[in-house]
Write a new protein. Sequence first.
Length: 288
Amino acid sequence: MKPPAFEYAAPLTIDEAVKLLASSSGGAKVISGGQSLMPMLAFRLAAPDLLVDLKRLSGLNQITISDDGIHLGARVRWCDIEADNRLAKCHPLLAKAIEHVAHYQVRNRGTVGGSLAHADPSAEMPGIAVTCDAVLTIVGSAGTRTEVATNFFTGPLQTTLGSDEILTDVLLPAWSAERRWAFLEFARRKGDFAMAGVALFYDLDGAGRVTNTHIGAIGVADCPIRLHAVETVLNGKVLDDQAIAAAAKTVHETVEPPSDIHAPSAYRRSLLATLLERGLRQSATRGS
């Protein structure tokens, strides 16, 4: 299989990259690691007139930890996250999720920005971004804007990115040292896209009750979602067997995954409920 013919450019600055995108009138694609785009080109699922490669842009491959949280440049690779020992403490949920991304070869090339812009509903990074209230920085012809991750994804492989815009930075808000968390997903084979996955974290108040609950799911909707109804059920409760059972029951009552060739809706819903239950039990052992 061969990709369709296209022009290629590797600009030196963000401004130059934005101008190239704007001049193409929607016919250009941004390429970073290429782990999603190149297969799409090979299968003729994408046919851009121009590829704008971000590999020469400086400053987009940095991981910065500050008081406001963790900044991930759009060109940060999965292997960069794996190799940064600070993240096991500063954001263990992110570090754990990246262990599930595809295979070693893909993690050496795939990037944070590429995954978010591609917006596969089963991918780990979009799920982490939605669960953690990530703030995305986007640069385009009209200037720089920010957007929360929950508003960024609009459907399968669809986002609010304009044809002349580039995602440059992801901010994950600061992480509490005592926070409880878990990430679980299920795939038919290791490295495959998740049939369902759950990312969760919460804090405990002085009486040991759950507060600030964040629960996200991948693989069960057209884009990564927050399970707000489940969060409401858990907030203010002690995380005992009764609370966990109520959370799983709420998944069955509120989540309606699509059916496809891999699994019917009822299977995915039951799988998600099981992953949530296991994740909550796993999280309860952290920090104790």
